[in-house]
Design a binder for this molecule. Structure first.
Ligand SMILES: Nc1nc2c(ncn2[C@@H]2O[C@H](COP(=O)(O)OP(=O)(O)O)[C@@H](O)[C@H]2O)c(=O)[nH]1
Ligand SMILES: [Mg+2]
Length: 512
């Protein structure tokens, strides 16, 4: 299927060549083609200081992008798999890109006038790192959606010669170029104002697909911690409330609670940290929680029963958060004895594992659909957008190109119906019988495209057995299809039937 679109792109390039009137269209198309061929890109979008960059570092399990109010936190960074280096794109049109070793860029500061000039000239960065997650995804770290910023941020921005409006604009532009979005909410973000900023953005048809390619992250979960409570349980409740707000439910596929700071610390946990948590685990758990909850006391005072020095305790809280320290200590108490185990436990309990799972599962399995849909949306618009302004010869060429895209799209009609069915599902329009929406999602590839995943069979189930399941499901849906449904549901049932036919075709040779 991707071969099909690759072929149409190549033919279109031929049509556009030598027609100056079509240069602009050709350039836009090259962008679509490059994006279609590249790994799927996911942009993290939210307000300034909602913890996006910290989450990026957590997702990648290292320290790759600047966090806090630093010079480069106002600059979009595209994280890509490759030999470690930073490619600087400049704001000045036509200025060639420059490549630097990562540490040189990190050392840039507004306080040095010579460097300030350089910093001011930067448009955005390509940050290349050797990281296995980036083989599946490129990540776009954006600065934030706020046009108005706090004093500290504004001071840095003033030095950089930029405004909050610039920051917002580059966030929206780069996010619009991504294939999928993680919308980062915070506890602060539960204010109506914040919800509006984020859903306005999501509703602006930026990535164009709604919940198919957008997930929410409810970040900074650890702020809900009090001695004796489980902030993750609390956050799950809050996430549920958020999803019940119509604009939010319509915009995101799922709302995942995460403790970003703790998740990032998990990736950098080492043997020294582990030894500190082991030492803290000797303190009575209730007493330790009470002391940690007192914040400054834990970070500065001396206690006879605590052997970890105050300075080290402070560093632990800064990196892991109060809840993180309590949690890691209880893990050490419960027998976590290796750095590997500790990292894995913290990644799981901080919600990071689930967030990664959605990126590789939901987004990953839908990547082809998300990408081709965007290309077709662009191609469909060509006759209306640019065509009327073109000379006749260019119009004819454009028409030929549009026709090729349309023909291919029609051939992929089934996939198009699938997209419609998924959208209808997320919009709550479906009244499906049998396994309902869950079955629709599963059989169309939510958990993977192999037959077992599409059927919900255990991995390794014999093909003959799966074939039998497939036929049962197909006939069950064929009977169900005879009922009376609304249009969206009728379409979705056909999609499910066709999906089972496709699985059946795939399984038949294996059992012949
Ligand atoms: N308590 C807490 N602080 C966080 C969390 N994530 C980030 N921060 C801090 O908030 C500040 C802004 O984070 P950053 O990731 O740079 O936010 P961004 O502007 O959205 O990229 C930094 O000082 C982070 O250390 C979190 O989950 N919990
Ligand atoms: Mg940032």
């Amino acid at each position: 299927m991707s071969g099909g679109l690759g072929y149409v792109f190549a033919a279109a390039r031929g049509e556009f060549a030598g027609q100056p009137a079509l240069d602009r269209v050709a350039r836009v198309m090259r962008g679509h083609e490059a994006r279609f061929l590249a790994p799927m890109s996911v942009a993290l979008v939210g307000r300034v200081s909602s913890g996006k960059s910290t989450l990026v570092n957590a997702l990648l399990g290292g320290t790759y992008v600047a966090t806090g109010v630093r010079e480069l936190t106002f600059t979009v960074a595209h994280l890509r798999q490759g030999e470690p280096r930073i490619v600087v794109h400049f704001r000045e049109k036509g200025r060639p890109v420059e490549t630097y070793p990562p540490e040189e860029i990190d050392a840039l500061t507004v306080n040095d006038p010579a460097q300030l000039e350089f910093l001011r000239s930067i448009d955005f960065l390509d940050v290349y790192v050797g990281n296995d997650y980036l083989r599946q995804f490129a990540i776009v770290d954006t600065p934030g959606l706020d046009a108005h910023l706090g004093t500290e941020s504004q001071t840095t921005l003033n030095l950089l010669g930029r405004t909050g409006g610039d920051v917002r604009e580059s966030t929206v532009t780069h996010a619009a170029g991504a294939d999928a979005i993680v919308l980062v909410f915070t506890r602060r973000g539960l204010h109506e104002d914040d919800v509006r900023v984020l859903t306005d953005f999501a509703g602006a048809d930026v990535a164009g697909l709604g919940p198919l390619n957008t997930v929410g992250a409810l970040n900074q979960v650890e702020a809900l911690w009090r001695p004796g409570n489980d902030p993750m349980a609390e956050a799950t409740r809050v996430a549920g409330n958020l999803m019940s707000i119509a604009e939010v439910g319509r915009s995101v596929y799922e709302m995942i609670p995460v403790a970003g700071l703790l998740a990032a610390a998990a990736g950098t946990c080492d043997a020294e940290d582990l030894a500190r948590f082991e030492a803290l685990s000797k303190v009575d758990p209730g007493r330790l929680e009470r002391i940690v909850a007192r914040g400054d006391h834990f970070a500065t005072r001396d206690y006879p029963e605590i052997t970890v020095p105050a300075g080290e305790r402070k560093a632990l809280v800064d990196r892991y958060s109060q809840w993180g320290v309590v949690l890691a200590t209880s893990l050490a108490r419960d027998g976590v004895t290796t750095v590997r185990e500790m990292r894995a436990e913290l990644e799981q309990r901080s919600g990071l594992e689930r967030l990664r799972g959605v990126l590789t599962g939901h987004f990953g399995n839908r990547a082809g659909l998300i990408k081709t849909t965007r290309v077709y949306a662009w191609a469909d618009d060509l006759p209306y957008g640019v065509r009327p302004t073109l000379p006749p010869r260019a119009q004819a060429a454009l028409d030929r190109v549009t026709r090729r895209f349309t023909e291919l799209r029609l051939r992929e009609e089934n996939e198009h119906d699938e997209l419609k069915a998924l959208r209808a599902h997320y919009d709550g329009q479906l009244r499906l019988p049998l396994g309902g929406g869950a079955e629709l999602l599963r059989v169309t590839g939510e958990h993977g495209m192999d037959p077992a995943a599409r059927l919900g069979c255990a991995a390794g189930t014999p093909a003959a057995e799966m074939l039998q399941v497939t036929r049962e499901r197909r006939t069950a849906w064929a009977s169900a299809a005879m009922g009376v449904y609304n249009g969206a549901t009728t379409n979705a049932i056909r999609v499910i039937q066709n999906a089972y036919v496709a699985v059946e075709r795939e399984l038949e040779p294996a059992t012949a």
